[in-house]
Design a protein. Structure first.
Length: 354
């Protein structure tokens, strides 16, 4: 079962020959393979607070659990509303790259609603504890995140369908998560912390742009006006490339201005992967599985590569029909890890010198 869990956490999928245990099922339903982005946001907020001499492991763990549970609820809300509104259908990309909770019969609609409510109850209790510790501003962060998350797909706002989904994701995974974590630990949020939340917020938004690029043609037919649909493929690709560059430029600017420690420049070590992503974003989607394999051979995990036969149809390519998002997530995780690593080393250095 542990092998199953690791597989799901990496790919959001489970090979048919593997038995579906209850934990694996719920890891798939909640799309746990993308929780790492939330954990990185929590780490960034925590390390920024530690650098300022304000860190409590207990509070940090509590807020991190709350953020991950909120992310799980967000993913389930997306699947619930998109299926109910006729967006998620058997011929839509969402049903191809990973099992869909409702379409694939993993859970009933009522069961999914129950799981969403349970997650929100857990988050409400965590928010109450943190509010008791730090004040009502904590509840402000929590409510802002909840409303932005729900109305990402829910009526009447449907932010994703109005070209506002990408800014919403930037707001959640950047300022709300990072500055919110910092506030829980420090009790205030200096302006430089809001600015420090921008680079990783852009990185996560890059991953979403990649996903929406992959679905742009289908989304346009369904009337879902994501940014790639509104901008057109070429301009959307260029915008996503600018976001990648923006991550590095803002990190360097914040370090130069003294708002981030110089060790944060370790994030620049992810530039080789960024260059690969920029090239992938510049080109079209591969037309054959051999072409996809050759372009992304060193990106595919070894165990997935062993299951992939380039002579088979393109649909056999891992996670197909996703292409741009696979590259973007690959880079986002790496850039975020180096960013956190730099902050962690700066925290250690400050502790040793103090």
């Amino acid at each position: 079962m542990i092998k199953n869990w690791i597989e799901v956490l990496r790919t959001c999928n489970l090979p048919k020959e593997s038995g579906m245990d209850p934990v694996s099922k719920w890891l798939i339903i909640t799309r746990s393979c993308v929780f790492s982005m939330t954990v990185i946001s929590a780490f960034i907020g925590g390390m920024l607070a530690a650098l300022d001499g304000s860190f409590s492991l207990g509070l940090w763990l509590l807020v991190t659990v709350g953020l991950v549970v909120a992310h799980a609820a967000n993913n389930m809300v997306n699947d619930l509303f998109d299926e109910a509104q006729g967006i998620d259908t058997p011929d839509y990309p969402r049903a191809h790259y990973a099992p869909h909770p409702i379409l694939d019969g993993l859970v009933t609609r009522e069961g999914l609603i129950g799981a969403i409510l349970a997650c929100n109850v857990v988050d409400f209790l965590i928010a109450l504890v943190l509010t008791w510790q730090r004040g009502w501003a904590v509840m402000g962060f929590a409510v802002a995140g909840l409303l932005t998350s729900v109305f990402y797909v829910a009526p009447p706002l449907k932010l994703k369908q109005r070209g506002l989904g990408e800014p919403a994701i930037f707001l959640i995974w950047g300022p709300l998560m990072i500055a919110g974590t910092y506030y829980v630990l420090a009790g205030n949020v200096p302006s430089r912390i809001w600015l420090a939340s921008i680079p990783y917020g852009l990185a996560v938004t890059t991953a979403l742009m990649g996903k929406h690029l992959d679905k742009a043609e289908k989304d346009e037919k369904k009337g879902v006006k994501t940014l790639p649909v509104l901008l057109g493929r070429k301009r959307a690709q260029q915008t996503t490339q600018l976001m990648v560059w923006g991550f590095y430029l803002i990190v360097v600017a914040l370090v130069t201005a003294g708002m981030l420690p110089w060790l944060t420049l370790l994030a620049l070590l992810s530039l080789p992967k960024a260059s690969r992503v920029l090239v992938a974003l510049h080109g079209p989607v591969p037309k054959t599985s051999q072409e996809a394999f050759e372009l992304a051979e060193d990106v595919i995990p070894k165990d997935l590569k062993s299951r992939f036969d380039p002579s088979l149809p393109l649909e056999s390519y891992p996670l197909w029909p996703l292409w741009y998002v696979v590259w973007a997530v690959w880079w986002t995780r790496n850039a975020g890890a180096w960013f956190v690593g730099g902050l962690f080393m700066a925290t250690l250095a400050r502790g040793l010198s103090g």
